[in-house]
Design a protein around this ligand. Structure first.
Ligand SMILES: Cc1cc2nc3c(=O)[nH]c(=O)nc-3n(C[C@H](O)[C@H](O)[C@H](O)COP(=O)(O)OP(=O)(O)OC[C@H]3O[C@@H](n4cnc5c(N)ncnc54)[C@H](O)[C@@H]3O)c2cc1C
Length: 347
């Protein structure tokens, strides 16, 4: 049977594109082989501010406006809780940093997101002599729950094949794509860092930045908010918290390392006074691009081959926006935002 679309990859990008198709009553078949882990290990945090530099995330307002209803709809489709509202505090390392925060919070684009009230820390297990600043509009999407439930949903509709997509088996014709005994009109590649194996799009400058995260048990901490310092700590369940993340541009494997664990632990100890135990440790490769914009578009020679990638370190917030852009580009001939279009590398 012929479907409208093949999708390769069921991380945040693949799910966001499937949702565009589902809502438009398009038929599709997904391939995923668990070769990449980014969406599975992601802490799932979203927030509209880059907390290192106190600048606005690119198109934060537009992204949030799409992301919020998108996750709500997924919650009702899958009947699970995904979007957890979460208070997010930035720990100030110095008075200078406080001042930079207040200057930033005066800017019209940041004003809705940065509180101008300093919050003094009352938790004896946290060291924060220069106080905290609250970031509004932040939260956490449980990406593990999303992916496992979305897989179950697709399987129950016979729309998921747990196979690696073999690129050499794709027969391309202007009208039809043939893959083994399946046929489709279009194919969208959403492979994350797996794009490197894709002969049609591996010319794109996807760098890949490995990230490691820990889950730590801290019985004495008892916080219900996320705290960002040199690393972030965020509640998971009961006494467990996520701690992340590392950034490594050289190692492209999904293996957790002792160096990663040591780095996260020592940064955590700079502000956490309570003893903690590491209960899990995971790693994945973020699909990062040098110019920090997604890679979205259509192959220059084959009009039915498309790519949705380059979500970087913010897949939760940006995936609904990037997927909508690609869908409208293919189906409604609407131009792509030039900042995310792959023509910036091919033209
Ligand atoms: C440690 C860490 C923490 C992070 N924290 C956050 C966070 O808090 N908030 C946030 O927004 N983002 C976070 N990110 C970034 C986020 O994970 C990514 O932006 C996002 O997951 C990328 O999604 P993707 O679908 O493009 O890629 P991936 O998640 O890598 O998914 C690609 C999928 O394609 C499949 N695939 C690849 N090749 C093939 C093939 N040939 N055949 C079949 N299937 C294939 C893979 O198995 C995989 O399922 C984090 C990333 C890491 C590593």
């Amino acid at each position: 049977m012929k479907v409208d679309y093949f999708i390769v990859g069921l991380g945040l990008a693949g799910i966001a594109f499937c949702e565009q198709l589902r809502k438009a009553n398009k038929s599709f078949l997904v391939f995923d082989n668990n070769s990449q882990q980014a969406s599975l290990v992601a802490a799932g945090m979203y927030n509209p501010v880059i907390l290192k530099r106190f600048t606005e995330v690119w198109m934060a307002k537009e992204q949030l406006a799409l992301a919020k209803p998108y996750y709500k709809e997924l919650e009702s489709l899958l009947d699970v809780k995904l979007d957890h509202k979460l208070k997010l505090y930035r720990r100030f390392a110095s008075i200078e940093e406080q001042n930079i925060w207040f200057t930033a919070s005066d800017k019209p684009n940041l004003e809705p997101y940065l509180s101008t009230t300093l919050v003094s820390n009352t938790n004896p297990q946290i060291d924060a002599p220069h106080n905290l600043g609250e970031v509004f509009e932040a939260g956490r999407v449980d990406t593990t729950v999303l992916i496992s439930n979305y897989k179950t949903y697709l399987k129950s509709h016979s729309q998921l094949l747990s196979d690696g997509f073999q690129y050499e088996a794709l027969q391309i014709d202007a009208e039809t794509l043939q893959y083994k005994n399946h046929e489709a009109n279009h194919i969208v590649f959403c492979e994350g860092f797996g794009l490197k194996q894709n002969p049609f799009f591996n010319y794109l400058p996807l760098d890949g930045t490995k990230g490691e995260v820990l889950t730590v048990k801290v019985p004495d901490l008892k916080i219900d908010y996320a705290l960002k310092s040199s690393v972030f700590i965020m509640p998971n369940s009961d006494e467990d918290y996520y701690v992340g993340a590392t950034y490594n541009r050289f190692d492209k494997t999904n293996n957790p390392t002792e160096e990663g664990k040591a780095q996260l632990s020592s940064k955590l100890k700079t502000f956490l006074k309570a003893p903690f135990e590491v209960v899990s440790h995971k790693a994945g490769v973020r699909p990062t691009v040098n110019d920090r914009r997604p890679l979205v578009g259509t192959h220059s020679k084959h009009e039915n081959l498309h790519v949705l990638n380059g979500l970087g370190s913010r897949g939760v917030m940006i995936s609904p926006y990037a997927a909508k852009q690609l869908f409208n580009f293919i189906e409604n001939k609407q131009p792509l935002n030039p900042e995310i279009s792959i023509t910036r590398y091919t033209s």
